[in-house]
Design a binder for this molecule. Structure first.
Ligand code: SF4
Length: 297
C-alpha cells in the first residue's frame, strides 16, 4: 500500500470548502490560541516552520504525481508567517504545482493589519487568492468575552483591506457565541459588519461548548446560557435579514457539521428564500430543544 508522501503535525484543520484541497503546513498551531471556545490547537505550541521543511514537503507531494486544483496553507493563521516564508512558499507552489487554480489560507485580523497593502498585493499576485477570517461576531462585547484578540473595528478594517488587495474574503460567523445574554447585540452588530464588509463568502457555524475549554467552564458555571435550536435559527434569520449585500454577491453557506440543517445560496438573490426556510424552522422547532452535538466535536 502506498503511504502519503509527507507527515502532518496533527491535528490539522481546514475550512469545509477546502475539503478537496492539498494541505500544506506553513505554521504549526495558532499565534492567538486564546479564543475561549476553541480547542483546535491547544496541544500545539505556535511556530513558523523552516522554509526548507515546507519546500521539502512541497517537493515530495509533487513527486507523488498529485495535481491538486486547490492548495490550503495551514495551520490556524498561516498568514502570520513572515513575507519571506510566504513568498518562498508561494513560489515553490508555482514551480511544483503549475496547474493549481487557487491557494487559500486562514488569517486573523491581526495578520492582515500587520502586513502592508503592497505585501498583501504581492502575495495575491503570487497566487494566494482567498483568506478565511474568523469574525465570529461583529460585537465588541462578545469579541472581548471570547478573547478573540481583535476589536470589531479591526475586523472591519482587516476585511476591507484584504479585499482591496485582491483577495477573496471568506468570513466565518459563530451562531450562539454570545449566549442568550448577548444574542441581540450579536445579531445587530454582526449584520452591520457583514453589510459594511460584504465578504465574497460567508459561513455560519454553531457554537458548542467543548469540554476542556474556558467557554465550557463558563457554561458549566451558568455564566453563559447556550441558545436553543429555535434561538439559533432566529439568530441566523435576523443576522441575514438585517444585512445588506450591496458591494458584491455573497456565497452563503451554513452547512458545517455543527449546523443542525444545511442551508445555502447566493445573496442577495436568494435572501428571501433562505429567510422563508428559517422562518419555517423557527415555527416548527419545539421550545427548549437544543441542537444535537456533532460526533466530531
Ligand atoms: S484564532 Fe482561530 S484557531 Fe486561533 S484560537 Fe481563535 S478560533 Fe482557534
Amino acid at each position: 500500500m502506498l503511504s502519503f508522501p509527507i507527515n502532518y503535525e496533527q491535528p490539522v484543520y481546514r475550512p469545509p470548502s477546502e475539503a478537496r484541497s492539498l494541505l500544506v503546513q506553513v505554521t504549526i498551531g495558532c499565534s492567538n490560541n486564546k479564543c475561549t471556545y476553541c480547542d483546535m490547537y491547544r496541544s500545539k505550541s505556535y511556530r513558523v516552520r523552516p522554509i526548507k521543511d515546507i519546500k521539502k514537503d512541497l517537493f515530495r507531494l509533487s513527486q507523488s504525481g498529485m495535481s491538486p486544483e486547490k492548495i490550503f496553507l495551514c495551520d490556524g493563521d498561516a498568514l502570520g508567517a513572515s513575507m519571506e516564508i510566504l513568498e518562498e512558499t508561494l513560489l515553490a507552489i508555482k514551480e511544483y504545482f503549475p496547474e493549481r487554480r487557487r491557494v487559500g489560507i486562514y488569517a486573523t485580523a491581526e495578520n492582515i493589519l500587520e502586513k502592508s497593502e503592497s505585501d498583501l498585493k504581492r502575495l495575491n499576485e503570487l497566487g494566494l487568492g482567498i483568506a478565511y477570517l474568523g469574525l465570529e461576531s461583529g460585537d465588541d462585547k462578545v469579541l472581548h468575552m471570547i478573547v478573540k484578540g481583535n476589536t470589531a473595528l479591526e475586523m472591519k478594517e482587516a476585511s476591507l483591506k484584504i479585499k482591496r488587495c485582491g483577495f477573496k474574503l471568506s468570513t466565518i460567523v459563530m451562531l450562539g457565541v454570545g449566549g442568550q445574554k448577548y444574542t441581540d447585540q450579536h445579531i445587530t452588530k454582526t449584520s452591520k459588519m457583514i453589510s459594511d464588509t460584504c465578504p465574497q463568502y460567508l459561513s455560519f457555524l454553531t457554537t458548542f461548548s467543548v469540554p476542556g475549554t474556558p467557554y465550557h467552564t463558563m457554561v458549566e458555571r451558568g455564566l453563559i446560557s447556550p441558545l436553543t435550536s429555535k434561538m439559533l435559527f432566529r439568530e441566523m434569520h435576523d443576522i441575514l435579514e438585517g444585512a445588506h449585500f450591496d458591494l458584491n454577491p455573497v456565497i452563503f453557506r451554513a452547512n458545517h457539521v455543527s449546523n443542525q440543517y444545511p442551508l445555502g445560496g447566493t445573496l442577495p438573490r436568494d435572501k428571501e428564500k433562505i429567510l422563508e426556510t428559517l422562518r419555517f424552522w423557527i415555527k416548527e422547532t419545539p421550545e427548549g430543544t437544543y441542537p444535537p452535538r456533532p460526533p466530531q466535536m
